[in-house]
Design a protein around this ligand. Sequence first.
Ligand code: MN
Length: 131
Amino acid sequence: MSAETVLIVEDNEKSMKLFRDVLEVKGYRTLEATTGARAVELATRHLPDVVLMDVQLPDVDGVEALRRIRTDSRTAFLPVVAVTAQAMDGDRERFLQAGFDAYLAKPVDIAELLDVVKTARTAWLSSAAPD
Ligand code: MN
């Protein structure tokens, strides 16, 4: 079985490096986008197993990038995890309602990150089973 691919969308260089290092140590392949527009492009081209989406991005933000991913039939069902520094009450619900499959608050806990990536993938696989 080939390695699972995670598309990391993150405009902060230090966070990008951290996520990449942690995921690659665990055997994931990684793709990187630092803008929302690039994230949509790479998601469509590579159909990654999971997308880790920073919400605060300089151009197209994570919510809008997610909307574009969800409205394209090729990428509509990709598992997408929101990563955000907005850790206020109600945020988790707001992001899940926007269509994200899971939510991670910054600063990201590494064990939680790995767990959420694994869970998002598994949940997606079971929900995508053909009828
Ligand atoms: Mn950001």
